[in-house]
Ligand binder design. Structure first.
Ligand code: ADP
Ligand code: GN1
Ligand code: MG
Length: 372
């Protein structure tokens, strides 16, 4: 980090109600959206305390105060539930640290929004599934998260990104990016563009079922990547669901699907060698089993039967979002090399194709666990 950044950050953190003296600040994590830092404070009585500082990406999250209100309310609600079952709310949910004027975030002179969470110590954040058991545990935790929020008054939640998983709307954005071809990059992605356009008919399957009243709207997380969960270092168990920026009303398929897309792939999201990328059916099965268990019998038969479509659509949608960002000049996701978003889109489409090839197996697995 540059020294000027360090000085600026010191000014920012001084606004927060934190005991002790700031001792260290360094960039942290692998998120694609916010800027995350690990803060270490030296305590007056000796010892250290850690925090997560984040600059909210407000070109993506247009109303940071509304977003923070969602997070404060949802984590406050979860805290009560966790206390009721005898858990530790300082470790099992995020905890927002208020500013000295009792706000949930601080707007600096440059118009950037900053927030601080308690750092959850002795945890592991996985960028890739290392064992079937971890993935199963993450499934139980994401299912459980949805179950805990089942009675949460959804109307109180702001839609932090409107139409976040509205796949037909994402498709229109993608078509526009292709049409405009602002950076002249479409020629580099002809095959991928054709792949995406050929699947337009799938895009409305879930949103139509929702409109027809055949699928219920729930409170969902909407960004259930494996690296949005912290595992307890000692027990290895899934401990805390993080990255709550997109907790909003949604379909259960969004949470199921996004986890499958990221975690049941044999390759990383940005793997260049596509021969390494396919859907691992054992991982898919482990997640299905865990997710249904975590949801605790709350899903309808229709929701369960259509889960495979959630996996395919979330993967497809993520692919067209990466590809649109490539065409628009990498303005949304952080990129770390040339063609990074195109590489990401390619892995997603490879997975979609593999899901199509394994479709009957995916459906049979869901059938197997349908009745508990
Ligand atoms: P992004 O929206 O950019 O993905 P996240 O909120 O997911 O940002 O945070 C990025 C990373 O920071 C996470 O993947 C995790 O490793 C780490 N992290 C975030 N919050 C905490 C926390 N409260 N305690 C420990 N680690 C955290
Ligand atoms: C982003 O914030 P992060 O890195 O957990 C994105 C998700 C994508 C994901 C792809 C707010 O998630 O929707 O699925 O990247 N989050 C937002 O890796 O757009
Ligand atoms: Mg994240």
């Amino acid at each position: 980090m540059e020294n000027t950044d360090r000085v600026r950050i010191e000014e920012i953190i001084a606004r927060f109600d934190i005991e002790g003296r700031p001792a260290e600040v360094r960039p942290y994590g692998n998120g694609h959206i916010n800027d995350t830092f690990l803060l270490t404070y030296a305590m007056p009585e000796g010892g250290q305390k850690k925090y997560i500082l984040q600059r909210i990406n407000h070109s993506i999250f247009k109303k940071p105060y509304e977003l923070m209100e969602n997070i404060v309310n949802v984590t406050g609600y979860l805290r009560e539930m966790i206390l009721a079952y005898g858990g530790d709310p300082d470790r099992e949910t995020l905890n927002v640290v208020k500013t000295r004027s009792q706000d949930s975030c601080y707007r600096d002179d440059n118009g950037c929004y900053w927030r601080i969470f308690l750092f959850i110590e002795r945890t592991v954040c996985l960028e890739k599934v290392e064992s079937e058991k971890d993935f199963y545990d993450s499934a139980v935790a994401f299912g459980n998260f949805q179950r805990l929020l089942a009675e949460y008054p959804a109307k109180k939640l702001y839609e932090t990104i409107p139409d976040f998983h509205n796949t037909p709307s994402r498709f229109r954005d993608f078509e526009k990016a292709v049409r405009e071809d602002k950076m002249g990059r479409a020629a580099l992605a002809q095959e991928e563009i054709a792949f995406a356009l050929a699947r337009q008919k799938d895009t409305a399957v879930l949103t139509d079922l929702l409109k027809e009243g055949k699928l219920p709207l729930r409170v969902t997380h909407n960004d259930t990547k494996l690296n949005n969960i912290l595992f307890d270092e000692a027990s290895g168990k899934a401990l805390c669901i993080i990255d709550l920026d997109t907790v909003m009303p949604g379909l259960t398929h969004y949470d199921f699907g996004d986890s499958i897309r990221f975690g049941a792939s044999t390759g990383e999201e940005d793997e260049k060698d596509l021969s390494k990328v396919e859907l691992d059916l054992s991982l898919y099965e482990a997640f299905t089993r865990g997710y249904l268990e975590g949801c605790g019998g709350s899903l309808t038969q229709m929701e369960i039967e259509t889960l495979p479509m959630g996996a395919k659509l979330m993967t497809y949608e993520c692919g067209i979002r990466f590809l649109a960002d490539f065409l628009e000049g990498d303005v949304y996701y952080k990129v770390h090399r040339e063609g990074h978003n195109l590489d990401r889109a390619r892995t997603q489409f490879k997975l979609v194709a593999d899901m199509e090839a394994k479709w009957e197996d995916m459906r049979a697995i869901v059938e197997k666990y349908k009745n508990g």
